[in-house]
Design a protein around this ligand. Structure first.
Ligand code: SF4
Length: 432
């Protein structure tokens, strides 16, 4: 039997890619995790296509089984591929976030839907498939850290991506932000520290990205992990929440164990917006101090902001680049509020009749798919593009990079590269 694994990609998003996108594109772990769950003796051939960097050819071979991973923004591509391969006689499977949120919709486009984490559901499906009796739906929600395998990266391409490996220690988060789709898939259940360290050692790397949605979510675990990281003498970056900047013990340990940068979802400079999406652990009035505290511990801060909350006004959004500059961030990124199916905010907006589009390829955080409160959708979209453009003028890039605490270390090069990568994203020209 022959198997094809596909990581689907949204063609609209692909058009945003700029000439330096490989400086800000990181490897996906999804395909590597799926590969680790497949018994190698089951298939005579396994091909893997990551559509981000590889062309998918429907007639490259005749596959018995085609499994496609996708999120909401890429699910229309997944449907197209599934129909094309079914016509060619393959059995098709779709999994991922969208399949978890809307399995009945996805089932119309493939033979089997896998919802939730793959660790148990995928082996169960493969066993049934081999026995000739696959079911239309698989969902195994009670996946715990002990089920997690070491991702098998041997078949995964790194083309057009930053060649820094990624690891996940804890896929869950203790918070419940109303727009976040993480909780749909994962719960707070960290892997064994030895297991994580063994995986990192096997990568033979000096730089690492932790993909954990919130590295410090489980404080006691994060402390134990950072103590175990110290002897490896690697440099790493991770995602965090703003409250890290008030915890000097954590910041000090983070730096000593090699952390040189954190990505923080500040989301808004308005406390009422943060409150409206249950982000109470963030305090917008404290952002400047928080960033300065993290800097004083030798780490850079990449701040993420969302445009389109109910309390956002045109004046506030226009002032955003200036206000963000004053915060002293090292890097910043922006997205349009995107209520994803399966999240509480999507349920609210649907109930209120505010979702204006269900064209899933527009759910890419660059397009407006709902009716904002204080501003028109078109104006929000234009302001979004303007905020990117103004924040990535050369003047602002150099100011950010030159005052960064990591400028003269190895992480300084990554920081400069990321700033340039964001400057050349095609948001201004193509995101229409
Ligand atoms: S803190 Fe981050 S990962 Fe956790 S629920 Fe909020 S948005 Fe999601």
């Amino acid at each position: 039997m022959k198997l094809l694994l596909i990581q689907a990609w949204n063609g609209k998003e692909a058009s945003l890619r700029g000439k330096f996108s490989n400086l800000i594109s990181y490897s996906s772990l999804t395909l590597a995790v799926i590969c680790s769950l497949i018994p190698r003796d089951m298939f005579e051939k396994i091909d893997v296509v990551d559509e981000y960097s590889q062309r998918l050819d429907y007639d490259r071979d005749r596959y018995d089984l085609v499994m496609i991973s996708s999120d909401t923004s890429s699910v229309l591509s997944a449907y197209k591929h599934s129909h094309a391969f079914r016509k060619r006689g393959a059995y098709t499977v779709i999994g991922g976030y969208h399949a978890t949120a809307l399995p009945d919709e996805v089932a119309k486009h493939c033979d089997t839907v896998i919802s939730g984490p793959a660790e148990r559901a995928l082996p169960a499906f493969l066993k049934d498939f081999a026995a000739g009796c696959p079911k239309p739906f698989y969902r195994e929600a009670n996946v715990c850290a002990a089920d997690m395998t070491i991702p098998d990266r041997s078949l995964i391409t790194q083309r057009h991506k930053l060649r820094v490996p990624a690891v996940v220690a804890n896929r869950g988060c203790i918070n419940h932000c109303r727009y976040c789709s993480m909780a749909m898939m994962w719960r707070n259940d960290p892997r064994s520290i030895n297991n994580v360290i063994d995986e990192i050692r096997s990568l033979h790397t000096k730089f690492l990205i932790f993909y954990d949605p919130n590295f410090f979510s489980d404080r006691a675990y994060a402390i134990r992990l950072m103590k175990a990281l110290r002897p490896l003498r690697i440099l790493w970056v991770c995602n965090a929440t703003a409250d890290l900047g008030n915890d000097h013990e954590l910041m000090s340990l983070a730096y000593k164990s090699g952390c040189r940068g954190v990505l923080i979802g500040f989301e808004s400079l308005s406390s009422s917006s943060l409150k409206s999406v249950a982000k109470r652990f963030s305090n917008a009035e404290m952002y400047r101090e928080i960033i300065s505290n993290i800097h004083s511990h030798g780490m850079a801060v990449n701040g993420c902001f969302v445009l389109g909350f109910d309390s956002d006004t045109e004046e506030e959004l226009r002032a955003l680049p200036e206000r963000i500059e004053k915060l002293g961030l090292d890097l910043c990124r922006f997205s349009v509020l995107t209520p994803y199916p399966g999240t509480p905010i999507y349920a609210d907006y649907e109930r209120q009749g505010r979702m204006t589009s269900h064209r899933w390829n527009l759910y890419d955080q660059h397009h407006v798919v709902f009716r904002p409160k204080n501003i028109s959708a078109g104006r929000l979209h234009r302001l979004y593009r303007q905020v990117w453009k103004e924040s990535y003028s050369w003047r602002r890039i150099f100011r950010r990079v030159l005052r960064s605490p990591v400028l003269f270390g190895p992480a300084g090069l990554f920081l400069l590269g990321a700033n340039i990568g964001f400057r050349y994203l095609g948001i201004d020209e193509k995101c229409r």
